[in-house]
Design a binder for this molecule. Structure first.
Ligand SMILES: Cc1cc2nc3c(=O)[nH]c(=O)nc-3n(C[C@H](O)[C@H](O)[C@H](O)COP(=O)(O)O)c2cc1C
Length: 153
């Protein structure tokens, strides 16, 4: 199975660390969206799309990139890192991917460290940042490994 992973990890490289775990196991080609040129999507059997969450949304650059693709019957999976670390942020991208004809094989999320003052003065984010400190960590990597193995089944 020929695999590709396209990711956007513009803040601290948190999502990139998860993308690297997936790439190692699937032997995927790993592409940072910021260096993304002409990719022949049709050459791949499985494509992973991942991004950090910025202001309640996965990277808008990734969303607009996906919007231009024809993914008819293409197997895909989605991953994100965020302060909360939950998969609900992946839903919008999954909806977009399936509207392009893709078959979503899975959705993964974990916490990614951040400095709350970088984007909000809200106390809740300050508390959240304490829980996200040190993530992604070895447990997240372990979970990522288990996740990608189920995607490849
Ligand atoms: C400008 C900015 C906005 C963010 N907004 C959110 C958010 O709305 N919800 C959340 O859970 N985390 C939020 N975070 C935390 C990031 O999602 C988290 O640090 C993520 O791991 C960043 O991924 P990256 O290092 O791969 O870019 C935000 C971080 C920044 C810098």
């Amino acid at each position: 199975m020929k695999s590709l992973i396209i990711y956007c990890s513009s803040y601290k490289g948190n999502t990139e660390k998860i993308a690297e775990v997936f790439a190692k196991i699937t032997k995927a080609e790993l592409i940072n969206l910021k260096n993304c040129k002409d990719i022949k999507i049709e050459e791949y059997d499985l494509i992973g799309f991942g991004a950090g969450v910025y202001k309640e949304s996965m990277s808008p650059q990734l969303l607009s990139y996906v919007d231009k693709l024809n993914l008819k019957n293409k197997k895909v999976f989605v991953f994100s890192t965020s302060g909360v670390g939950l998969t609900f942020y992946n839903k919008k991208l999954i909806k977009l991917l399936t509207s392009k004809g893709a078959i979503c094989k899975g959705s993964f999320a974990c916490k990614g460290s951040f400095v709350s003052k970088d984007f909000s003065n809200n106390k809740i984010f300050e508390i959240m940042s304490k829980f996200a400190k040190g993530h992604p960590n070895y447990k997240d990597f372990e979970r990522a490994e288990n996740f990608i193995k189920t995607v490849m089944l």
